[in-house]
Ligand binder design. Structure first.
Ligand code: SAH
Ligand code: F3S
Length: 537
């Protein structure tokens, strides 16, 4: 904490910031927006934490492990500060929101805290924290608390929360932004899965106006972006109710989320028109609008989908629009109906399978990914067996598998004992990883001999290991001197292939290249570029 007698840190122009991001894609986007916002104000960024005037940790609270990493960083900074380091330390994101202002008292090395819904206030908080006089705690902390849970303030919350997205920096010359970008469509979550902290840290579900989203996509495309991933906790819940009021800058006001009940009646059909009376833009409408109005975006993706309430209109939009990737990340969490109920997921395993069947009937080649939690309260061997059975039936291309981590403030920690021993959680985790690796290997094998379109991301690190721990290059008897590129197919399968030389490799990064698949493993496809120069877009 900056005290009155503490020497002033260097706060002239060119103050440098070290920003470290933990957790999800939503955090990556928040960090990018923070970086743009602070850069526009004259801050520079450094990767050398010890050289920075301001150190910011953009934190994640979903599992204890993610919070532990931040606590250990804070421990090191406390020592540096005791040894005289003059640095402003900020904890931003979900951990700040979950811990509340008290965290500053417990960890006096922290100078400022900012929740994920208040990030537009960060420059002011940094300024305040840098002042020589002791600044009131209230001026160094911006948290949402439970404010946005009151429907009366939802519209205001929407405007507040939009500020950061609207202030995004674009580079019309192209290049600097990279060729792939995230765009937020929804903030917060109304689902309240019993284990999950997100509805408390990110607040109520608020949807951005479609015109703002389309504009952002257009500006990104004009800056050279060719792949956009739309972000929301439950993207298919997106619905924007166009109000009668219009603000001075022409934006429509009066949008209020429909709540889960509005979707229930529509769960097997259209998600359009869920609110009677006013005109609405559904998620399917939004996808079609972006696809049609921003043709320079060659790949449109979205995460995360919620298996219930996934209207067929969305599946048809995906099938009809060639530049929308046929890829769904729809967390399952468990294959046991009893556990799903305890988790308050709102669907049964049968309903999840029904969703998968509907998706595959409309898009036979759709690629499916999921999330699973092992060792949730009361999960028995039988429950776990049901999860394994469902994994085999769905045949996900991959799953993110997590050990249950009880989170303060959630329903599960209050109501259910964390009674699956750590050793059992670990064992189920490993068993599921092994099973998923088998399934993933089968899914990948089906691509051998076929041609895929790969969005090239980077020169592949040689350390890339298969899940069995064997270097795929050694496995396939390849030398390690060649230059390999790695990227993803539309269905999000990691694909590696050789480039002629470094120049050719650099030219292909950020482009879509057709690749003939020659071999596969549980994690990746290997292939050869098909007349790269011609096929590259
Ligand atoms: N809809 C969100 C989910 C956020 S949390 C999204 O954008 O992905 C991501 C995943 O973390 C969840 O799907 C769940 O599998 C896992 N998770 C959430 N809370 C957890 C907890 N308390 N313990 C273990 N895993 C958890
Ligand atoms: Fe969390 Fe469930 Fe929402 S996992 S983010 S409460 S859909």
């Amino acid at each position: 904490m900056i005290k009155a007698d503490t020497p002033t840190p260097k706060i002239d122009l060119g103050r440098s910031v070290y920003l470290e991001t933990f957790g999800c894609q939503m955090n990556e986007l928040d960090s990018e927006l923070v970086r743009g916002h602070l850069s526009a104000l004259g801050y520079t960024f450094t990767t050398d934490q010890l050289a920075a005037d301001v150190v910011l940790f953009n934190t994640c609270s979903v599992r204890q492990q993610a919070e532990n990493k931040v606590l250990s960083r804070l421990g090191i900074i406390a020592v540096n500060k005791r040894e005289g380091a003059e640095v402003v330390v900020g904890v931003i994101g979900c951990m700040a929101e979950r811990e509340g202002a008290d965290m500053i008292k417990r960890y006096p090395q922290i100078d400022l805290m900012c929740g994920p819904g208040e990030l537009d206030k960060l420059p002011m908080l940094i300024d305040n924290a840098m002042k020589t006089q002791a600044v009131e705690l209230a001026d160094r902390v911006a948290l949402q608390g439970n404010r946005t849970r009151r429907t009366a303030t939802l519209a205001a919350a929407e405007d507040n929360l939009q500020l950061l997205d609207l202030s995004r920096a674009f580079d019309p010359e192209g290049g600097q932004l990279g060729r792939s970008a995230y765009v937020r469509i929804t903030r917060g979550c109304n689902k309240y899965c019993t284990y999950c902290v997100v509805p408390y840290t990110r607040g109520a579900e608020v949807h951005r106006p479609p015109t703002d989203i389309v504009d952002e996509c257009k500006r990104l495309a004009d800056s050279g972006v060719i792949e956009i991933t739309l972000l929301g906790q439950t993207v298919n819940h997106y619905v924007y109710t166009h109000g009668v009021a219009v603000s001075l800058d022409g934006r429509e006001l009066d949008q209020v989320g429909p709540g889960a009940a509005a979707f229930k009646a529509n769960s097997n059909g259209s998600s359009k028109g869920v609110i009677k009376g006013n005109r609405t833009t559904s998620f399917a409408d939004l996808l079609r609008r972006i696809h049609d109005e921003v043709p320079k975006v060659l790949r449109l993706r979205f995460v995360t989908s919620y298996a219930r309430d996934f209207g067929e209109d969305i599946l048809h939009a995906m099938a009809d629009c060639e530049r929308i990737c046929e890829y769904l990340h729809a967390p399952l969490q468990s294959g046991s109906d009893r556990v799903l109920k305890l988790m308050n997921r709102g669907y049964t395993s049968g309903e999840y399978l029904d969703f998968v069947e509907r998706a595959r009937a409309i898009m036979p080649d759709v690629s499916l990914a999921g999330d699973i939690i092992v060792g949730f309260s009361g999960e028995t061997d039988e429950d776990f067996q049901l999860t394994k059975d469902l994994l085999k039936r769905v045949r996900f291309k991959n799953n993110f598998i997590f050990k249950y981590s009880p989170r303060p403030g959630t329903t599960a920690i209050d109501r259910f004992a964390d009674d699956v021993p750590e050793v059992v959680k670990r064992q189920r985790n490993n068993e599921l990883l092994a099973l998923q690796a088998e399934i993933s290997a089968e899914v990948h094998r089906e691509f051998v001999g076929k041609e895929v379109a790969v969005f090239v991301e980077k020169i592949s690190p040689h350390e890339l290991k298969q899940s069995n721990g064997i270097d795929p290059q050694v496995q396939l008897g390849w030398e390690s001197s060649r230059i390999q590129l790695s990227g993803r197919t539309g269905g999000d399968l990691i694909t590696v292939f050789d480039a002629k030389d470094e120049k050719a490799a650099n030219e292909m990064i950020g482009r879509i290249v057709r690749v003939k698949v020659t071999a596969s493993g549980p994690l990746i496809l290997h292939g050869k570029a098909v007349i790269a120069a011609k096929a590259a877009i």
